[in-house]
Design a protein around this ligand. Structure first.
Ligand code: SAM
Length: 301
């Protein structure tokens, strides 16, 4: 069992690996670089545009928790929201600030831990957060701060990872465990990876190497550690998953709670990469909207 990660571990991890930033930084003209990031994000996740509904917050005070490099944040600003983004890491907030400045968009980016927000009660009309709260050691503290700073009648739109997802139940709890068991057997794994094409073969091999390092560090990860290792990266310190009931409990102070699921990561899940071509389209559709990986929570104070 490894030491229980704290907020400094979370900060160090995301600071080294700002979310949504391609591995190669662009030293040249940064505008096309950011526009490409934006294009790729909404191509991969077109439903963000539907759920986030950026255009509906003109002149509204919007707070984003964990804005990362500001890709969604700048959409709120472009559509006229009075935007504030908070972000745990120096690197994420630096890039988000650079981006707002570069595109001449108004908005405030603050580097801080959202478990304690420096805003008055009843201040914001809307709070948005995509894939953040489940990475915090104290998600309930963030949720209680969101409730405090939200105006009565204000709305929230928050993405959490879904416990009752195909990815968690089948890939994380089953397929990847088998992978972990055998990841030190290089030859065996490499033979199994031959079912993939060349590009996928090298990605599987890279993942196997990471798992092997993790295994040397921690041969018997706890359930929580295993989950954290299998969401965003093998070295991700904390990740949580929420069923509808668990999400309802986390947001119990709010009213009009609604939760919907979506998203299948067709580019990264091993089971998917191997068998996707055999699965009929309507089953894929059903899986996405009944057992997808993203749980979108919407509610009101
Ligand atoms: C998976 S990334 C998502 C970033 C962004 N929302 C996006 O969708 O691209 C998680 C982000 O949450 C930030 N984060 C995690 N815990 C946080 C906290 N307690 N307070 C503020 N930001 C936090 C991390 O630094 C990281 O940038």
């Amino acid at each position: 069992m490894m030491k229980i990660p704290n907020i400094d571990d979370v900060e160090a991890f995301w600071n080294d690996k700002p979310c949504g930033l391609p591995s190669l930084d662009s030293p040249g003209d940064r505008k096309p670089f950011f526009l490409e990031i934006e294009k790729q994000r909404y191509q991969k996740h077109p439903r963000i545009l539907y759920y986030a509904d950026f255009k509906s917050y003109r002149l509204k005070r919007v707070l984003e928790i964990g804005c990362g490099i500001g890709t969604d944040g700048i959409q709120f600003s472009k559509h006229g929201a009075l935007y504030t983004g908070v972000e745990l890491t120096e690197e994420g907030s630096r890039i988000a600030k650079e981006r707002f400045k570069l595109f001449g968009q108004p908005g405030e980016i603050i580097k801080l831990n959202a478990e304690e927000l420096p805003f008055p009660d009843n201040h914001f009309d809307h709070v948005y957060s995509f894939g953040v709260i489940h990475h915090s050691p104290h998600p309930e503290k963030i949720v209680s701060e969101i409730y405090r700073v939200l105006k009565p009648g204000g709305t929230i739109n928050i993405m959490l990872y879904n416990r009752t997802s195909f990815y968690y139940l089948i890939e994380v709890k089953l397929i990847r465990k088998i992978f972990f068991k055998f990841c030190h057997k290089k030859k065996l794994c490499r033979a199994a990876f031959l079912i993939f094409n060349k590009e996928l073969y090298s990605r599987c091999e890279a993942f196997r190497e990471k798992l092997q390092i993790m295994k040397m560090r921690n041969p018997r990860p706890s359930q929580q550690e295993w989950l954290s290792m299998n969401t965003d990266d093998a070295f991700c310190p904390i990740a949580g998953v929420y069923s509808k009931r668990e999400a309802g409990k986390l947001f119990r102070a709010f009213r009009n709670f609604k939760s919907e699921v979506w998203f299948i990561d067709k580019d990264n899940w091993f089971l998917w990469l191997a068998f996707m071509r055999f699965i009929p389209g309507r089953i894929i559709n059903w899986l996405e909207f009944n057992a997808g990986w993203f749980r979108m929570v919407q509610a009101q104070k």
